[in-house]
Every structure is written in structure tokens, then in C-alpha cells.
Ligand binder design. Structure first.
Ligand code: ZN
Length: 381
């Protein structure tokens, strides 16, 4: 190979090297330029969706068209949260009206259940059904035909001694005697009930309606004048309870279930006869008869007549109406001994005026009804 050929080859090699270098340089420039572009690229591409979300979330007020739907979606959530709070009190108010109508029907239903049962509703209760008298036996002591000077005063003292309240069925003619009327006034002041036993104590079975009304009203006026209160119940002389009497009297008619027959066996004349018959003093005879009435029962009178009268102390029960007369001092002694015995052996008897006695366990005292006990009436219910 010659020198010129060698130079030519060297030049060719040099040109080739320059070409490589230039190519590499160009490539490097291109790569750098691409890197620069790539580095800047992440900020450019996703920028559209990001600002649209940012606009909605961060600046809802900036774009009204977009923020409005966003706001409307937000308020729809807000109102849903608000209404959910509003409906919450509404349902709580809804049960309230459901509670209000509930008590309404209750009272409207309650009266009819109470109204049809003003009749006696306690049958043969051993003790009172009224919580105020729990465990107590309630009895109505009733005294007829007074007032009588001496006997009525004695009876009032006995009742006061035992803390008992009673009902006095007064006779009008008795009330016209001043000193006797004073005893009735005292009885009323001491908490006893003063009731009507007619003006002159006739047999009512033979009276006309007008005569019955005269007997009722004349005595009622006397009682009201003396006590300041008109009588609210009636006892028919002799215990009559016929339809005419019931319809005419127009008040509760009080009878009894226990009759000690004091009008027969505790009169002074009978006690004297008994004392003479048995060789006793008057006081011994009186005490003996009282024991028979209260604890033994009577079977025959002095004439040998058979009379059934069970011992009063055994007959006494819750709801009883006991009949005595406050015109015999011996009757007051009998009541004293009876109440003492019951206190010592039972201790749970309470003696109430008739109206209070009935109303402890009944809704009302019924005009025209005949009461035999607290719950036994005539005609039967
Ligand atoms: Zn009488």
C-alpha cells in the first residue's frame, strides 16, 4: 500500500469518527431535550381533571354553573340531614298525639263503666274494700225515735267514749221539745248524721201520698231548723218499704240487718218484770238482759213466746246496719258493752254515719232504694 492510499484511509477514518461524535452529540441533545420535556409533562396532562374537581370542591361559588349543581347536591344532603332532624321531632310529636287521643277515649270509656255501677259492688266483704279503711269492718249504728232527754244524752256520751259516729232517726214531735232538740243539735255538732223518721211516727202502710209527704217534710223542716242541714235519708216507722212509700219518699230508705229488739226487752217495764220474775234488782236484771241480747240470743220472752234473736255480737259484720233506740237508757248501756267487747276482741270496727258508711264502698246513695246493709238493697239489684 502507498502513502497516499494510507492518507486517504486515515481521512476516511477521521471523517467517520467525526460523524459518530456529531451523531452522539445530537442524540445527547435530543435525549436531554426529551428529559426536559418529560420532567415537565406530569404537570401538564392531568391538570384538566384536577382543576375541575378543585373548582367544584374548593371554590363552589367561583363557577356558578358548576357550583350550583354542586351546591344543589350539597344542599340536598344538608336538607336531608336537616329534615332527618326535623322528622325526628315530628315522629316524637306523632306519638304524643297518639298519647293524647289515648287518654281521651279512656275517660270517655271510664264514666260508662262507673256510671252503671252506682249499685252495691262489694259482696260479703269481710273488711272494707276502701283503702282508707283497709282491714276495717264498717258498721252503721242507727238510733230511732229520739231525741229523748236522758237517754239520748247517755247515748251521745257512749258514742263519744268509743269515738263512734252514728245516725239518729229523729221524730218531729220529739224535736218540738226544746231540751230534746238541744240534744239533736249536740249530736249534729259531734259529727253524727241527723235523719228523718217522720213527724208523728204513724203506720205508713195506711197513709196517702199527701200524708207521707206531710210526715216527711214537716220533720225535715224541723231538723233543718235545728241542725242547719236538711236530712238526706229516711227510715219508715215500723220499717215499711212498700212501693208507694219508696216512690213518695224520694230519698234512700234505711233499714237494718241486726235488730237487738231493745224496744221489747230493754224497756224499763220489761226490766222490772224480769227482775221480779228472777228475784233480781233492777240493775242486775238490766245487765243480765243485755248479756242475753249481745252474747246469747233470745229464745223466749216472759210470756213464753218463742222469739229468735241471734246474739248481736256474733251478728256484727262489715257492712251491717244495727238498729237501736235512743229512748231507753238500757240501750245506751247495751251499746257501750257491745262496742267495748268488739274493741277488746277485734279492734277493727269503725262506726260511720249512714251516708259516709255507704259511700265508702259505693258510688252514691240511691234515692228510693231500701238499704238493708251496705250492699243489700230492696228491691234487689
Ligand atoms: Zn220508730
Amino acid at each position: 500500500m502507498n502513502e497516499s492510499t494510507k492518507n486517504t484511509n486515515r481521512n476516511r477514518e477521521n471523517n467517520t469518527k467525526r460523524g459518530y461524535i456529531i451523531a452522539i452529540a445530537v442524540a445527547a441533545v435530543i435525549i436531554i431535550a426529551l428529559l426536559v420535556i418529560i420532567i415537565k409533562m406530569p404537570k401538564g396532562g392531568p391538570s384538566r381533571p384536577v382543576p375541575t374537581e378543585n373548582v367544584v370542591i374548593l371554590s363552589p361559588a367561583a363557577t356558578e354553573t358548576q357550583s350550583t349543581p354542586e351546591v344543589t347536591t350539597v344542599p340536598t344532603e344538608v336538607p336531608t340531614s336537616v329534615p332527618t332532624e326535623v322528622p325526628t321531632p315530628v315522629p316524637t310529636e306523632v306519638p304524643t298525639p297518639t298519647l293524647e287521643p289515648t287518654p281521651d277515649p279512656t275517660p270517655t270509656q271510664a264514666p260508662p263503666t262507673v256510671t252503671p255501677s252506682p249499685k252495691p259492688r262489694i259482696v260479703d266483704g269481710k273488711t272494707s274494700a276502701n283503702p282508707a279503711y283497709e282491714g276495717k269492718r264498717l258498721v252503721a249504728l242507727t238510733f230511732d225515735d229520739g231525741p229523748q232527754v236522758g237517754a239520748t244524752e247517755y247515748m251521745l256520751d257512749v258514742l263519744k267514749k268509743h269515738g263512734a259516729k252514728a245516725t239518729f232517726f229523729c221524730v218531729g214531735e220529739q224535736l218540738e221539745y226544746g231540751p230534746a232538740a238541744e240534744l239533736t243539735k249536740r249530736a249534729a255538732q259531734e259529727g253524727h248524721q241527723i235523719a228523718n223518721h217522720s213527724y208523728s211516727h204513724p203506720a205508713f202502710g195506711k197513709l196517702t201520698k199527701e200524708e207521707i209527704l206531710y210526715q216527711r217534710d214537716t220533720n225535715a223542716q224541723l231538723i233543718e231548723k235545728i241542725t242547719g242541714k236538711a236530712p238526706t235519708c229516711f227510715r219508715v216507722p215500723g220499717g215499711g218499704r212498700g212501693q208507694t212509700v219508696r216512690e213518695t219518699i224520694g230519698q234512700p230508705i234505711v233499714m237494718w240487718d241486726i235488730d237487738p229488739l231493745d224496744w221489747k226487752f230493754l224497756t224499763s217495764s220489761y226490766i222490772k218484770s224480769y227482775a221480779k220474775e228472777h228475784g233480781m234488782s233492777y240493775d242486775e236484771a238490766e245487765s243480765r238482759i243485755i248479756d242475753i241480747i249481745l252474747f246469747e240470743g233470745l229464745h223466749t220472752d216472759l210470756d213464753g213466746e218463742y222469739i229468735w234473736s241471734p246474739p248481736v255480737a256474733e251478728e256484727m259484720k262489715h257492712g251491717s246496719i244495727l238498729l237501736f233506740h235512743d229512748i231507753y237508757p238500757a240501750s245506751a248501756k247495751a251499746v257501750d258493752r257491745l262496742l267495748t267487747y268488739l274493741e277488746e276482741n277485734y279492734g277493727n270496727y269503725v262506726y260511720l254515719p249512714f251516708d259516709d258508711f255507704i259511700l265508702t264502698e259505693n258510688d252514691t246513695v240511691i234515692p228510693g232504694k231500701v238499704y238493708l246493709t251496705m250492699w243489700r238493697t230492696y228491691p234487689s239489684d
